[in-house]
Ligand binder design. Sequence first.
Ligand code: GLV
Ligand code: MN
Ligand code: MN
Length: 407
Amino acid sequence: MKDRAARAIAECRRIAAMSEEPGRTTRRFLTPPMRDVHALLRTRMEALCMTARIDAAGNLRGLWQPQNAQGKRLILGSHIDTVPDAGPFDGVLGVTLALEWIELAKELNLPLPIEIVAFSEEEGVRFGVPFLGSRAVAGRFDLALLALRDAEGVTVEAAIRAFGLDPAQIPAAALDANVLAFVEIHIEQGPVLESEDLHVAAVSAIVGQTRISLEFAGQANHAGTTPMHLRRDALVGAAEWIGAVEAIALQTDGLVATTGKIEVAPNAGNVIPGSARVSLDVRHAHDAARKAAATELLAKAKSIADRRKLGLEITQQLDQPAVPMDERLTAFLAEAIESAGLPARFMPSGAGHDAMVMAARLPTAMLFVRSPGGISHHPSESVREEDVEAALHAGREFLKRLAAESR
Ligand code: GLV
Ligand code: MN
Ligand code: MN
């Protein structure tokens, strides 16, 4: 298992070099480096005698159909897009480990068919809306998403065509009925397992998320000639609101709220900002608390904009409820963790995952692997080989049990 763990890690590091930017990892939906990732994973899949294809949403799909195949297939996978200046393991480890799980299934001569999906988009970085890949696989891709535009004005539809794919075929990317379950392996991206000295955990539920884009609109004007009391500065309005977001989140138990992106126009040192577009990401384990917080934060933005005589445009990008993992499949995964000689720990996920979307379509479970230092969405994101090995031992037990059960 040590060799397999080392290979899964080394592949993530190789894939991290496939980037839109030299010297750091940034790989958004269907950008050119995605082709290199597909080529590497396809080579691995074909060496395992899997059949590989790319669906119309840009997901790389590999089918392992053993000669003694029986029953419905298990779906394994995670995403291969990244945030800007990302680490090597968020998403990608779930794909390289899925390949190792297939190696194990093959070694054990299990009759279980397995499909790996390397989802094309989960982070929502390029178009503001996440899960473009898994929505298509789960049969929940609203074709209105094709009109979304990235910062350069390219639509989702044009990005799909530019990659050589046909957006009209997206409905055909949806899973057929012959599927058993979905399992996503992912790094924890937080400090809990490290604090408890645990290798892995089964995810109980994934918290909900709201994503909103707000544009404060003022009047761009000369920075030297316009007295302070006669300005309508969009950025100062946005800045006041960002401070309020932190204050409100600090007062609300369990709430996290983040402004991670600001676009200022015209973005020049001697011009009063005429426009400030800011992002809002709000999460809470309870949907009612998340929605109430989002409403309060937007009301605050409105009152700041009114007082400062600024325009305010609000665009909701995501209202994703919290999603429980399938109880039976998760218990099954926990039993597998125990049979691998490890304590079974259940924990919620504060990060979003393709599993949230897949759970609406079929029984879904997630296996978390410890994140050293709790660091993620940062180039220093890492994994320990012993934890990846633990995920392989648990996977071996899980596949054996699932194959026996689904026969
Ligand atoms: C994905 O990484 C998210 O939780 O935003
Ligand atoms: Mn991520
Ligand atoms: Mn991820």
